[in-house]
Design a protein. Structure first.
Length: 114
C-alpha cells in the first residue's frame, strides 16, 4: 500500500525558510509525478510544485523563485524561502501512480507570521 508522510511544517516569520519532506513507502521514481499542494482556510487546494518521473518541474506562479522541489529515491523535498503570510496553509504531498491513482499524505501545517 502506498503511503506518503509529510514533515517539516511549523511556525516561521515572514522572510524565513522551511524545508518540507515527504517520505514515500516506495521509490519516488515509481510515480508519474509527485509533489506538493496546499490548502489555506476557506480556499481550494492548489498545486504548489510537482516533479515528474523524468525530473521536470512545475511551480505555481506565486512560488516561482522562492520554492524549490527536489527528491531522492524515497523522499520529496520542498525548500521554501522568503516565506510570506499568504503561504500559510496545510501542505500536502501527492503522488500520481502509473495506474493514474492519486495518493495523498495527511498534510503538515505551515504558518507564516507577519
Amino acid at each position: 500500500q502506498v503511503q506518503l508522510m509529510e514533515s517539516g511544517g511549523g511556525l516561521v516569520q515572514a522572510g524565513g525558510s522551511l524545508r518540507l519532506s515527504c517520505a514515500a513507502s516506495g521509490s519516488t521514481f515509481s510515480f508519474n509525478n509527485i509533489g506538493w499542494h496546499r490548502q489555506a482556510p476557506g480556499k481550494e487546494r492548489e498545486l504548489v510544485a510537482i516533479i515528474s518521473r523524468r525530473g521536470g518541474t512545475t511551480y505555481a506562479d506565486s512560488v516561482k523563485g522562492r520554492f524549490t522541489i527536489s527528491r531522492d529515491k524515497y523522499t520529496v523535498y520542498l525548500q521554501m524561502n522568503s516565506l510570506k503570510p499568504e503561504d500559510t496553509a496545510v501542505y500536502y504531498c501527492r503522488g500520481i501512480a502509473v495506474s493514474g491513482n492519486a495518493y495523498w499524505g495527511q498534510g503538515t501545517q505551515v504558518t507564516v507570521s507577519a
